[in-house]
Design a protein around this ligand. Structure first.
Ligand code: SAM
Length: 415
């Protein structure tokens, strides 16, 4: 086995650990081996050529000597011919032998060089492939590991930020006074005990101070600012909130007010009125649907001493008027019935104090589906006027309630 073959075999055996240096070593050995073979060929060829020259020179010298001998001895002519013939044969033989040896030698040398070159080339390609594959695998592993680590790091950071944000929001919602999330609360510029809340992202909502901290009525959000709990007031669930946002100018409901609420349902709006009027006020809530009244009692009135529920028909105020110990400041009517203005006026006759107010949540489609909502609102307003009210304003409640308006009126003391 030649040195090159030995190296080739070693590379083949250790292909996975082959390096650029190994390939370089193989290349050097092949070059050296090739140079040596060529050198040997040149030397041998030269020696043989020199030998031929020597033989030819000797042959010529022998010929000269024979010529001289013949001159001195004419009888040597035959000897001369024989020697010349022998010398010619020897020279020809040597020349042919040299040619045969040189050609064979060169053939062997070429074969050795080509075979070595092919072997080394094959190994080099194999090593290169292995190196590329190993490098690719290494890079792939590194990419996967780095990606995984980065993804994990990002996930950790995102989770951390989320937790921090949630903790900050919770801090505010659950009683924190300072926060990076700017939840602010300020009194409504016109109406006492009604608040404007600025939530995350600048979202604005109405709110009332919760008379029963920790309790909600209809899933509304609770917020805490400076140790006070407020209930967000959903304008899509309460026509009174919708009317305030739409800009009504009169909200005759304030701390200490006595309110008669007709059509209380399960207590969504009554609960906010309860917050506004506080412990010194009172809301008498009439509802004739027993299921709604049951929720009103269990979820609202049971926790709020300023609410008295009545399972009664609002068209018959005489049924509950005797249980209401004082005159009412404001009647809020939201019964969604055809004769709601008349019904409201009848209750006012029975229970409203002089200069008292009424608020009528008017659903036009409950009154006349053939008329435009505006005509229905005017018609209801004129009914109130005919019953001695000064109609102060009619405010459309869209988009919070479609085809609804809030009619606000006051009955003067002279009536
Ligand atoms: C639109 S809902 C009231 C919603 C409630 N005002 C609020 O904002 O949470 C109308 C309610 O009036 C009640 N109602 C209708 N006619 C009534 C009547 N004649 N007497 C008492 N309740 C009545 C219905 O049962 C219904 O619960």
């Amino acid at each position: 086995m030649t040195a090159a073959e030995a190296v080739v075999e070693e590379i083949a055996n250790n292909a996975l650990t082959a390096t650029d240096e190994t390939v370089l070593a193989v290349a050097v050995v092949v070059v050296v081996e090739t140079v040596l073979v060529v050198a040997v060929v040149v030397v041998v060829e030269t020696v043989l050529v020199v030998a031929v020259e020597v033989v030819e020179t000797a042959s010529e010298a022998a010929a000269v000597a024979v010529e001289a001998a013949v001159k001195e001895d004419p009888n040597a002519k035959e000897t001369k011919t024989a020697v010349t013939a022998v010398m010619a044969v020897v020279v020809s033989f040597v020349k042919v032998a040299v040619v045969v040896v040189v050609v064979s030698f060169v053939k062997v040398a070429v074969v050795v060089v080509v075979v070595s070159f092919v072997k080394v080339a094959a190994v080099a390609v194999a090593v290169a492939v292995v190196v590329v594959v190993v490098s690719f695998v290494k890079v792939a592993v590194v990419v996967v590991v780095v990606s995984f680590v980065m993804a994990a790091a990002v996930a950790v950071v995102v989770s951390f930020v989320k937790v921090a944000v949630i903790a900050t929001v919770t801090l505010v919602v659950d009683g924190g006074e300072t926060s990076k999330v700017h939840i602010k609360i300020r009194p409504h510029p016109q109406f006492k005990e009604i608040y404007q809340a600025m939530l995350e992202g600048g979202v604005q909502r109405l709110a009332t101070r919760n008379l029963t901290p920790g309790l909600t009525v209809y899933g509304e959000r609770l917020i805490h600012v400076k140790n006070v709990e407020y209930r967000i007031w959903d304008a899509f669930r309460s026509k009174l909130a919708g009317g305030i946002i739409k800009g009504i100018q009169n909200v005759p409901i304030e701390a200490g007010s006595q309110i008669l609420y007709l059509g209380a349902a399960s207590g969504t709006t009554p609960s906010h009125i309860s917050d506004i009027i506080g412990e010194n006020g009172h809301a008498y809530c009439v509802e004739f649907a027993s299921r709604s009244l049951r929720d009103l009692v269990n979820n609202v009135a049971a926790h709020r001493p300023n609410i008295s529920p009545f399972l009664e028909d609002a068209r018959k105020p005489e049924k509950y008027a005797i249980f209401i110990p004082r005159k009412i400041d404001t009647i809020y009517c939201d019964v969604a019935q055809p004769e709601q203005a008349k019904l409201l006026a009848d209750n006012a006759d029975a229970l409203l104090k002089p200069n008292g107010w009424v608020m009528l949540a008017c659903k036009s489609q409950s009154i006349d589906v053939t008329m435009t909502p505006e005509k229905v609102y005017k018609q209801e307003a004129s009914i109130l006027r005919n019953r001695g009210f000064n109609v102060k304003e009619i405010v459309d409640l869209e988009p919070y309630d479609k085809a609804h308006a809030m009619i606000i009126a006051q009955r003067p003391s002279s009536t």
